[in-house]
Every structure is written in structure tokens, then in C-alpha cells.
Design a protein around this ligand. Structure first.
Ligand code: FAD
Length: 491
């Protein structure tokens, strides 16, 4: 086949395949109910130059290409658009190109995953701060930047991962390559800042869910990793949503991350705590009923750590029922979470917990702190209503956790699960869209939207007509033949 031969010439036969058993492996992301679509070819470039050539060939053949990192997306973003699709697997582009210890930044190829990058940085006393998504053992920097990921640790202090991006190399749909951030100036040798070069055009390629171009290299800020940390876990039995919110609001009022060194803050609602204890997901939480919060604070000095820990503990105690801990055996999961990167382990375990017997449909949104109890309650009400209305089978829905992002917003992981009965698939997808629409109507932000979420965003008329027209115009400039991820956002 001419297209195959042209692609194979670029990367070699070893890294280009149209074999069924390879293509089937790329027919879906990690969402179990969107239909599988088997791509015609999978190609695995190693350099930006190879990506440029591939994009040019895709243009010649008018063939859609789909950038894919770790393939851990949960909303159909990393799955082929149609059977003509060429999947561009970027995981061979996994080199660390430069660690600039003096100016605190690292430049990488975008296919490297968060855990491998941080393993190298840890050895030098640094980390990426925001440790990427909960899927960071496999998910790539390129995927994270395409989703504004957060949740895998450190976002209370460092925000979403794209906030720490200061340099980006992108191959456009035309095959042209552009540098964004510091490298917009040809007088700057090493990246150090995102802003200051006229309009901030990098933002067009962040959170784009892979529609605006192929990110091949990125520069992220890195941070010295504080040597000391402490963390506590608390159980809340009454007014669980409101009390968890009171804790975080008071922590913010008392100086939040800057003064108190808060690295992370997680809240798990009662229904999910019940699931975790029933299935023994953690060794230490047994026989507890209620919501659980935990936080981690870091410091460079032991006296400061002690002072901050004391203030945080006093706040948490005011609104909680009891402390789980202080030891791990007594329920304080923070040493596991922080030292062993338990956040990555927990999410992967959490997903496999339901296993092949369930269709899981995920909704991940960002909401302002002021609204998270309201939105959690809306999700509870939604479950109650829809469950009876539509499911005869074993099914449940709701929010699994709340993670603080910076000082004013938080991330709610929600969704639904239903017995993986093929006859229920259509209903699950319908419900999935319904829940997404509810969340959007309540003012949530859907940062990882893939195919299904981006369709709901457009179909629900969330965008104004003028904005959506502008969005389409920008897309037509960076990708005039609409070959990169066509269809998402109804583009
Ligand atoms: C167990 C588990 C836990 C998760 N936890 C979180 C969480 O805490 N927070 C969170 O945000 N998400 C989470 N996710 C969702 C998802 O894994 C992340 O959003 C992650 O960042 C995706 O990265 P990836 O490399 O797997 O991207 P993929 O799934 O491969 O791709 C995601 C999107 O980005 C595009 N893309 C990927 N690489 C590039 C590139 N180089 N250039 C252009 N476009 C590109 C793709 O086309 C696609 O639209 C979780 C998923 C799982 C399975």
C-alpha cells in the first residue's frame, strides 16, 4: 500500500504497522464503552523531523492522524476517529533533552511518562511539582499538556501541569514546526519563561485535546524537592461535604500553600470510602463510615514543618470527627501517598477494581472551591434519579474524589459504572452525556474531554457562536486540511 510504504520509509518497517494484531491494540483508549475503531496504520516516530514528514504525507493522502501518548485518556481522545486513521504513537519520543538545574527547568520529548521523568529528577533533588495525572505511571507529558492534567500529586501547590509549561515545540497540520514560549525569540538559547513575546500563543496548544498540532518537545519548570514532609488523614461523619470544604477554606485563609507548604489535599466522599474499605483497596481503612480527607505539607526546615503541621492539624480537627492515625496502620495513608507515589498506584488500582464486569464512564471536571459541595450533591441527586429511571442492572454513579488545584478551584473525579452488558452500552453512553451536560450546566469545566466530552461541549451550546467561530478559524489556520484529530469539538 502506497501510504504504508511512504510512512515506513520515514520510521522503518519496525515502527510502522498495518497488522491486525497491532492495530487492534490501538482501537481504544481506557474508556470501556465507546465503540472500538481499528486504525489502518500505527506509526511510531522517534524525532520531530519524522513527525514533520508523517504530517506532510498524511496531507498528501488526506488521511486523518491521531496523536497518542500513553493512551490513558478516558473519554475517547486517544482512540481512532475512523477506520482511515493513522495513529501516531509518540511513546518512542521519550528522551530527556536537558535538565537545567540552574534555571530550574527540564526539556523533554513529549512521549516520556511522568513517573520516568520524575524518577530521574528525584535523583537530582528535583521534581515536576505537579506530578501529572493519576495515570502518571504510563501517561505522557504530551497527554498531560493536552488535558491540563492534575490529580497525580502536588496540584494544591503547583496547579495544573500546563501552568508549569514554559516551552513547547509543535508540528502544525501543515507540517510546519513552531517553538512557543522562550524559543519564540531566536536570541534566547535556553527556555526559561512562557510570557513576554507578545500574545501568549502557547495556550492554543495546551488543553487542546490533541486537535491543534502535535506537541513533540516541552520545557517544564522543575522545583527543588523539600526534604521534609508530614501528612494527616481525618474522618468526617457529619455534613461531610460542607465540613471538608470548611477545612480547605480555613486552610486557604491561613495562608494556603505558600505559608503552610500544603502540597496536596484530597477528599474522598462516603460512598467511595465504603467501596474502598469493602474491597480493601488500602490496607488500613477498615470499618470506617464517612468521608475521608488527607493533606500533605512539605518544608525545607523541620521547625517550619512542625509549626505548619500544627496549624493544619488544628484546622482539620475543628471540622472532623476523628484523626485516622497518626501511624499508617491506624489509617493515615499520607506516607504511602507521598513517599511511595501512592496516588499513581491508587488510581490504577481503583480503575481495575471494577474490572471487566463493568462499563465505567468517567467525568473529570474543575469547579470553584465555593461550589464543590453543591456539585457533589447534584451528582448524588442525579444518581438517585437516573439509577431508578434507567438501570435495572447493577449500576452506580457519583464522585470518587475531590482534589484541590491551586488556591481557588478543585478537581472532581466523577462518573458512572454499570454492568458490562452489551445491551446497556447505548444507555450508559446516553447517561454519560447527560451527566457531562449536568456538570457543564452547573458551571464546571471539562478539561479532559476527548471525543465524547468535546461533542457535549459543542452540542450543549456552552460556547458562544462568536467564540466557536473563532475556535474554528484558528483550527483552520494551524491545520487547514483538518487532518489532526478531526471530529473532536465537532471540528
Ligand atoms: C487510572 C487513571 C487515572 C487518571 N487520573 C487522572 C488525573 O488524576 N488527572 C487527569 O487529568 N487525568 C487523569 N486520567 C486521564 C488521563 O490518563 C490523563 O488525562 C493523561 O494526562 C493522558 O495522558 P496520555 O499520555 O495517556 O494521553 P493520551 O490518552 O494518549 O492522549 C490524550 C489526548 O491528548 C492528545 N495527545 C497526546 N499526546 C499528544 C501530543 N504529544 N501532541 C498532541 N496531542 C497529544 C491525544 O490525541 C488525546 O486527545 C486518568 C486515567 C486513568 C486511566
Amino acid at each position: 500500500m502506497a501510504l504504508y510504504d511512504d510512512l515506513a520509509k520515514i520510521v522503518g518497517n519496525k515502527y510502522c504497522s498495518d497488522k491486525d494484531y497491532i492495530c487492534v491494540a490501538y482501537s481504544r483508549g481506557l474508556d470501556p464503552c465507546l465503540p472500538e475503531i481499528i486504525p489502518q496504520i500505527v506509526v511510531r516516530p522517534e524525532t520531530t523531523e519524522e513527525v514533520i514528514e508523517i504530517v506532510k504525507i498524511a496531507n498528501n493522502y488526506e488521511t486523518p492522524i491521531l496523536p497518542r501518548g500513553g493512551g490513558c485518556g478516558l473519554m475517547g481522545g486517544s482512540k481512532p476517529i475512523n477506520e482511515d486513521t493513522v495513529v501516531l504513537d509518540l511513546t518512542r519520543m521519550d528522551k530527556i533533552l536537558d535538565i537545567d538545574e540552574e534555571n530550574h527547568c527540564v526539556t523533554v520529548q513529549c512521549g516520556i511518562n511522568w513517573s520516568r521523568l520524575n524518577a530521574v529528577l528525584f535523583d537530582k533533588g528535583f521534581y515536576t511539582g505537579n506530578m501529572g495525572p493519576g495515570s502518571g505511571l504510563n501517561a505522557s507529558i504530551g497527554g498531560g499538556l493536552s488535558h491540563h492534567s492534575g490529580g497525580g500529586g502536588g496540584c494544591a501547590k503547583y496547579g495544573k501541569c500546563s501552568e508549569n509549561c514554559i516551552g513547547l515545540k509543535v508540528v502544525l497540520g501543515t507540517g510546519e514546526v513552531i517553538n512557543l514560549g522562550s524559543q519564540e525569540s531566536r536570541f534566547i538559547i535556553k527556555p526559561f519563561t512562557r510570557l513576554g513575546f507578545g500574545p501568549d500563543l502557547m495556550g492554543i496548544f495546551l488543553g487542546d485535546n490533541g486537535v491543534m498540532g502535535i506537541k513533540t518537545e516541552a520545557t517544564l519548570k522543575i522545583f527543588p524537592k523539600p526534604p521534609f514532609y508530614s501528612g494527616k488523614t481525618f474522618l468526617i461523619k457529619e455534613n461531610v461535604y460542607e465540613n471538608s470544604q470548611k477545612i480547605v477554606l480555613e486552610m486557604i485563609k491561613n495562608g494556603w500553600s505558600k505559608a503552610l507548604g500544603i502540597y496536596d489535599y484530597f477528599f474522598t466522599p462516603p460512598a467511595q470510602v465504603m467501596g474502598i474499605t469493602t474491597d480493601r483497596l488500602t490496607k488500613t481503612w477498615s470499618d470506617i463510615i464517612g468521608g475521608v480527607i488527607f493533606y500533605v505539607t512539605e518544608a525545607f526546615n523541620e521547625d517550619i514543618l512542625e509549626k505548619n503541621s500544627h496549624i493544619l492539624e488544628m484546622i482539620a480537627k475543628k471540622y472532623s470527627t476523628k484523626e485516622l492515625g497518626p501511624s499508617e496502620e491506624e489509617g493515615n495513608i499520607t506516607p504511602w501517598f507521598y513517599e511511595e507515589q501512592g496516588h499513581w498506584q491508587a488510581y490504577h488500582q481503583g480503575f481495575s477494581l471494577l474490572g471487566p464486569n463493568y462499563f465505567v464512564a468517567t467525568t473529570e471536571v474543575i469547579v470553584p472551591i465555593s461550589k464543590y459541595p453543591v456539585i457533589l450533591k447534584k451528582l448524588d441527586e442525579w444518581e438517585e434519579k437516573k439509577h431508578d429511571e434507567l438501570f435495572e442492572a447493577d449500576a452506580f454513579a457519583g464522585a470518587s474524589h475531590v482534589v484541590m488545584l491551586n488556591h481557588n478551584s478543585c478537581y472532581i473525579g466523577g462518573g458512572l459504572a454499570a454492568t458490562s452488558d452489551e445491551d446497556l452500552k447505548e444507555d450508559v453512553i446516553k447517561l454519560w452525556k447527560d451527566q457531562l451536560e449536568l456538570l457543564l450546566n452547573e458551571g464546571s469545566v471539562l478539561y479532559m474531554c476527548g471525543q465524547i466530552g468535546s461533542h457535549v461541549m459543542v452540542d450543549s451550546r456552552m460556547y458562544s457562536d462568536d467564540f466557536y467561530r473563532f475556535f474554528k478559524k484558528v483550527k483552520s489556520i494551524v491545520d487547514p486540511n483538518n487532518i489532526i484529530s478531526p471530529g473532536k469539538f465537532r471540528l
